[in-house]
Design a protein around this ligand. Sequence first.
Ligand code: GAF
Length: 405
Amino acid sequence: MFTIEDVHSSSAASLADFEKRFRSRFGTAPRIFRAPGRVNLIGEHTDYNDGFVMPAAVQFSCWVAASPRDDRKLVVDSENMQQTVTVDMDNARPSGQWSDYVVGAALIPDRNGKRLNGANLLIQSDVPIGAGLSSSAAIEVSVALAVLSLSGHSIDRKQLALWCQRAENEFAGMRCGIMDQFIASHGRSNHALKLDCRSLDYELLPMQAGVEIVICNTMVKHKLAGGEYNIRRAQCEDGVRKLASVLPGITALRDVSSEQLERYRELLDAVTYRRCRHVVTEDERVQHAASALKSGDLALFGRLMNESHESLRQDFEVSCTELDKMVELARAQKGVLGARMTGGGFGGCTVNLVQNEDVRAFRENVAKGYREATGTIPEIYVCKASQGAEEVMRESTKEAGSPSQ
Ligand code: GAF
């Protein structure tokens, strides 16, 4: 497995090793692709409400070495799972296994006008699984980019993200929004991306110098598919249905202001009201956070991150004891501008904005405090906003990018 330091050093030698493993497995030269995981700076559970999000791609990636086949089979060898799965694209359907992410990412474009050749795929991911850093979108986007490229199709990155979202919805049963697949496809080094999840218009916002994005992994694995996540989504949709009786024309919580929500709150039961309040206020926070980042007001950006966490904890109820403890420990450290849970919740990671000079002490103190409080040693990653999906090595040119074991 990669460590974050390996990924920073972007060693061509490790990429060559990955290529070698592919050759010895499949007896031919591959092309190699990657797509990153992500951290969401602010804008949580707003994407499926047609709202606003502000993620950044992280240095962890899923790597796919691929060569074409002359049949319609996908032969998928996962180094993480240490398993090989073979599927015939003409008869494939969801199986409830890890391979659904791979198969879905190929089949959705295939069934929507981008006929694919079969492919041999060797996959290795260093995105921590179940940590809320979107390991699934990294697999989907890297695989879809690989198989579409092998079959000679041009890549429309918005379409790529939409197909991968559908793959997750239809093959993994997780009714996720567009955020994760979009940032995996569109991330830019040293930039956060503010996305309008309705229009898919986006803006790349330069990260300011002087601060680091620090991710703290509680090591509590979350399981989103089919569970609380889908329940939250249904509660938001229920809120929209009820509010539409007095606000005709609204189709998502994106269309509701906090003032309207307060005015009509008696239409909603207490839980639905709180779910809606989180989404409506979170959308407003993303807008303010984007202005704060543009004007260099990182103190304000950090305060909005803190407010986001409180709203997710109290109103949306997707935090957990470990995430709250990690946030509490972070906020007690010098140089911390903001701290919040990131991703779907129920475990996974927090994201923190920390002044450069205080990062070392932050890591030590938070790791120690968390271990004392929970008995678990956390992982802490200092991250740079990174590049989205790309081809890192072509058989003909041998361009170097990164990985390996
Ligand atoms: C998960 C989902 F996949 C995203 O679409 C998003 O809803 C996120 O949870 C919460 O903001 O990562």
